[in-house]
Design a protein around this ligand. Structure first.
Ligand SMILES: Nc1ncnc2c1ncn2[C@@H]1O[C@H](COP(=O)(O)OP(=O)(O)O)[C@@H](O)[C@H]1O
Ligand SMILES: [Mg+2]
Length: 371
C-alpha cells in the first residue's frame, strides 16, 4: 500500500498542509516539537481511525479550533485507488468518508490501509505490561481479520456489561450474569483460537528474524498465555463455562471479570528461560525488531502487499546499524516514514536498495527537499 497524498487541516500543530509521497523511504527531520510525530500520527489515524498517543480526539484539534480533518489518497499494489478522510468535531464526533461516501462502520474499513508502527515505547514490549502485548496482538489481528475485530468489539461490549452487573446490587443472581457470560464465551473462544494460531505463526517468523539479526546462537520463543486453561482435548467452550461458574463468587466480591482473553499475555523465552528475567537490553531490542518484522510479514501475507512502515524517533534507542539490518530484512520495502531530529542519523543507515526522500519540518511547517 502506498500513501500518495496527505492533507491535514487543523490537526495538532498544522493548520493546512498538503503533502505528496512516493515509493521508498521518507525521512521527516526537524527539531523537537516541530511537528514530526504528528505526521506519522495522522497516517496512523487514517489507517486505524485512532491516534497512538492519545485516546482523546479533542487533543488532536489545533488549539482554538473546533474540528480537524485528515485525508489520504492511497494506491494499492494492484493499482486500486482509495481516498479516505477522517474528520472530528467536539460537537458531532468522528466521521469517516471513503471515496467520497460517508461510512458508518469503521470496523469494515480498518485493515484497508495496513500499517506497522515502531516507536520508542515498543522497545519495552517484551518487558512491559501485558496490556502492551495484548494491544500489539489486537492491532495486528484487527488489521488482518475483520472477523477478529468484530469478535473483539462484541467481547469488550459484553465485558463492560458483565462488570456493571457484577458491581450492581443484584449481582447475587447468576441468572443476570449468564447472558453476558454466554456472549463472552462465544466471542472469547474466537479471540483465543485466533490469538493461539497467530502466535504460532509469529513464533516461527521471530525465530527466523532473531537468528538473522543476532550473531549469537540463541533461540527465542513466544508462548501464548490465557487463563482459560484447556487440558488435553477438553472443549474450550465447556472449560470456559465451567471456569465462569467457579469464579463467579470471587468476581462478585471484586466486581470485575477476571476470566477471559482480556487478561491474556505472551511470554517471551530465550534459550528456554523467560526474557524478562534473563535477557540483556540488547537482546530485548533485537527481539522487538524481530517481532516488528514478523508483524510486517504476517500483514504482508494476509494483504498481499507490504504495509506502510512508520518509525517514530527510534534513533535514540536503536543505532544506525540495527535500523539498516532491519530494513535489509524486508523483502519488499514498499513505503516507509521515518522521523528523526537529525538528517545525519538517517544518512548513516545506508546499504539498502530504496529511494530516499527528505522532508524538513519547522514549527508546524513541512517542506519536501529536492532529492
Ligand atoms: N492540539 C494542538 N494544537 C496546537 N499545537 C499542538 C497540539 N497538540 C500538540 N501540539 C504541539 O505540536 C508540537 C509538535 O508535536 P510533535 O509532532 O510531537 O513534534 P516532534 O515529533 O517534532 O517532536 C508540540 O510542540 C506540541 O506542543
Ligand atoms: Mg516526535
Amino acid at each position: 500500500m502506498r500513501l500518495e497524498r496527505l492533507s491535514l487541516s487543523n490537526f495538532r500543530i498544522y493548520e493546512q498542509v498538503e503533502l505528496t509521497f512516493d515509493d521508498g523511504i521518507h525521512v521527516i527531520y526537524g527539531d523537537n516539537g516541530s511537528g514530526k510525530t504528528t505526521i506519522l500520527e495522522a497516517i496512523h489515524y487514517l489507517a486505524l481511525t485512532k491516534s497512538f498517543r492519545t485516546k482523546s480526539d479533542k487533543h488532536l484539534i489545533l488549539n482554538q479550533q473546533n474540528m480537524f480533518r485528515i485525508q489520504g489518497e492511497f494506491r494499492s499494489d494492484a493499482g486500486q485507488k482509495l481516498t479516505s478522510a477522517l474528520a472530528y468535531a467536539g460537537s458531532s464526533g468522528k466521521q469517516l468518508t471513503i471515496n467520497g461516501q460517508k461510512a458508518n462502520r469503521f470496523s469494515e474499513y480498518i485493515g484497508s490501509v495496513p500499517i506497522v508502527l515502531l516507536h520508542p515505547a515498543d522497545l519495552s514490549l517484551s518487558q512491559g505490561s501485558p496490556l502492551q502485548r495484548r494491544r500489539f496482538l489486537d492491532i495486528l489481528l484487527s488489521q488482518s481479520s475483520k472477523l477478529y475485530l468484530h469478535h473483539l468489539i462484541e467481547y469488550n461490549r459484553s465485558l463492560r456489561q458483565r462488570n456493571q452487573q457484577l458491581q450492581s446490587a443484584t449481582s447475587r443472581d447468576p441468572q443476570l450474569l449468564i447472558p453476558w457470560e454466554e456472549n463472552l464465551i462465544r466471542n472469547g473462544v474466537q479471540l483465543i483460537e485466533k490469538r493461539r494460531e497467530t502466535i504460532e505463526k509469529l513464533d516461527a517468523l521471530i525465530k527466523h528474524y532473531y537468528g538473522q539479526l543476532s550473531d549469537k546462537d540463541d533461540s527465542v520463543k513466544i508462548i501464548y498465555q490465557t487463563n482459560v486453561h484447556q487440558k488435553g482435548d477438553d472443549d474450550l467452550e465447556a472449560v470456559y463455562r465451567r471456569l465462569f461458574e467457579q469464579k463467579r463468587p470471587r468476581e462478585r466480591d471484586t466486581g470485575t471479570t477476571e476470566l477471559g482473553p482480556h487478561r491474556d499475555d505472551m511470554l517471551f523465552l530465550i534459550n528456554g528461560k523467560p526474557m524478562k528475567a534473563y535477557a540483556s537490553q540488547g537482546e530485548h531490542k533485537t527481539l522487538v525488531i524481530a517481532l516488528k518484522l514478523a508483524e510486517f510479514d504476517y500483514l504482508q501475507l494476509q494483504q498481499m502487499q507490504p504495509p506502510i512502515l512508520l518509525f517514530d524517533d527510534i534513533f535514540g534507542e536503536l543505532d544506525a546499524g540495527r535500523i539498516r539490518m532491519m530494513l535489509q530484512q524486508l523483502s519488499n520495502i514498499g513505503q516507509v516514514f521515518v522521523t528523526t531530529t537529525s538528517r545525519n542519523f538517517f544518512e548513516k543507515v545506508q546499504g539498502f536498495d530504496a529511494p530516499t526522500h527528505y522532508y524538513f519540518v519547522e514549527n508546524g511547517n513541512i517542506a519536501a527537499l529536492a532529492s
